[in-house]
Design a protein around this ligand. Structure first.
Ligand SMILES: [Zn+2]
Length: 236
């Protein structure tokens, strides 16, 4: 009886050790993968779009795979004539010249239709993204930072073609009249909801009803009508 118990105990212990090892190997592998991706990110020649690529186009793709050179600044950065949420950083009020008019028209039309939209955060330079990212790494570690903050060069906000919108309650979620209006109407002004619901496997970013991206009228309508993402539209 006693030796039977010992045998069972032995088997349980072996299973536990085995289990622990699988976990350990997994963690090791993750470590290697994230290290490799860091190497890639630093290898700017490979991943970051260089001078040869026309980044001024409204269809430029910036995501976790495709990034921007640290020197890239949008053309004709300007502050649109729209209301902003209190405390919006001055740099983040700026947008690329090409979207000033469409954005103003969007916000004004919303107002005419009884919806008050506020600008929240648009352009972010490589440098400020770098600060945000490294502060996050310091406070929460690399893994959490990578889950929530884009690495410098890989934030669409550096293009100046997008803006985070909010409302007076600073609660811009699906089901609020402002977020619903934006989701249904942004395409009329050449914008898309860049990170739609249920598309994380493609965009690698959770649903963000507040983040609109200018792609021009034709692309915006096609993307809206077909319920696809910019990645799918560009075949990437
Ligand atoms: Zn955003």
């Amino acid at each position: 009886m006693k030796s039977g118990f010992k045998k069972i105990l032995g088997v349980v212990m072996i299973i536990c050790v085995f289990w622990y090892m699988i976990d350990y190997i997994d963690v090791k592998l993750e470590g290697i993968n994230s290290k490799e991706s860091n190497v890639d990110v630093n290898d700017k020649d490979k991943l970051v779009q260089g001078k040869n690529i026309d980044v001024s186009t409204e269809l430029v793709l910036v995501n976790r795979k495709y990034g921007l050179n640290k020197d890239y600044r949008p053309e004709a950065l300007n502050i649109p004539n729209i209301p902003f949420a209190d405390g919006t950083d001055n740099e983040e009020k700026h947008v690329a010249g090409v979207i000033v008019k469409p954005l103003e028209t969007l916000v004004n039309t919303a107002k005419e239709e009884g919806i008050i939209l506020l600008g929240n955060s648009a352009y972010r330079s490589y440098k400020s993204q770098k600060n945000t990212y490294s502060n996050r790494v310091k406070s929460e570690g690399r893994e959490l930072a990578d889950a929530y903050v884009a690495k410098p060069g890989f934030s669409e906000h550096q293009t100046g073609l997008c803006m985070d919108i909010t409302n007076e309650d600073r609660y811009f979620m699906k089901g609020t009249k402002e977020a619903d209006w934006l989701g249904e109407n942004a395409y009329r002004f050449g914008f898309i909801i860049r990170y739609p619901e249920g598309k994380k496997s493609i965009t690698d970013i959770e649903y963000e009803p507040w983040h609109i991206r200018y792609v021009g009228g034709k692309a915006a309508k096609y993307i809206y009508d077909n319920g696809i993402t910019l990645e799918e539209y560009l075949g990437k």
